[in-house]
Design a protein around this ligand. Sequence first.
Ligand SMILES: *Cc1c(COP(=O)(O)O)cnc(C)c1O
Length: 381
Amino acid sequence: MQIPFNRLFLTGRELELIKDAINRESITGAGYYTRMAQQWLEEKLLADKVFLTTSATGALEMAVLLCGLKPGDEVIMPSFTFVSTANAVLRSGARPIFAEINAQTFNLDVEDVARRINHNTRAIIPVHYAGVACDMDALLNLARSRDITIIEDAAQALNATYKGSYLGTIGELGCYSFHGTKNYTCGEGGALVINQAELKERAEVIWEKGTDRQRFLAGEVDRYTWRDIGSSFAPSDILAAFLCAQLQETSTITNRRQRVYQRYYRELKPLQEEGLLQLPNIPDYAEPNYHIFYIVLPSPVRRNMVMVELHNRGIAATFHFVPLHTSPMGARLGYKAGDFPLTEEFSNRLLRLPIYPDMSDTEQEYVIEQLRECLEQFSHD
Ligand SMILES: *Cc1c(COP(=O)(O)O)cnc(C)c1O
């Protein structure tokens, strides 16, 4: 049996809405379906303003522009993240400062963040790994007393909450991804959530290539002109139409993923009790969106053996992230292996199992059975 790591889940309305976008001749950015998706998100999240972007990378870049970062400024983030978190900061000339993760959720270790704050610190970018919330109250406490902006990298975390608030709506700015590997997708896409009203007007200009075109369209000015720095952040309305078809079914998608997640958890629990693996921890304050199901193996060697063996049996289990501080670019920033021991250890012991909304019972049984077999076999070596 071949089990992919991820499989595109269609809600059934994607083509219909794309066709409608074309019939409306709405194919550029900021069109009918873009406004619909933004409004849908604003109402769901109770957010001031949401801008669709071409990716979470774009949303992070927009957030960084809004913060007005400059050379010499520092931004604290985990090393255990995707490259875009750090690239967005580097592009502004500011410096990414990596911090350690905690062993419970693989999210930022707040005490380590506190140690790295100095008079150059302008922002913190918490990453909600696997759609499980960071300890936001602790981070807000650190930031608010010092005028530090919080940009949530909620790329994996739409529809997940912290103490009942949606992730992405807690810091000043929040970034989502609709990349094909994420829960709710349009292939390539993202969104920036503006949670601080003062940032809204400037965000609109940055989103519109540095112009006040949105005010022109609203009839507030008689022509539009260059006002500020900006870029082309808006996706085509064709993609927004696809996204609307997905957003309408976020609960269906989340519930289906939850079912798969909980079954893995239930059936692998006995293996945890035998000490063969460690299952994810979800703190009481977090309601996840079941983006990732991972296990932690007892050693890097065991992880690699299990991964290869699962691949041999047709199961596309994967790992991530290569810690940013151990990459060639990390070295250019002055970091080296050994700087963040927990990050390195978990990145080397973590294994992600296939999870997608329409995973069948047969497929999942196969994964669980093969994994159990590998683990029991290796534990006798
Ligand atoms: C996926 C991801 C991104 C990038 O998302 P894109 O939409 O592909 O740009 C950024 N940060 C994290 C944590 C991610 O998982």
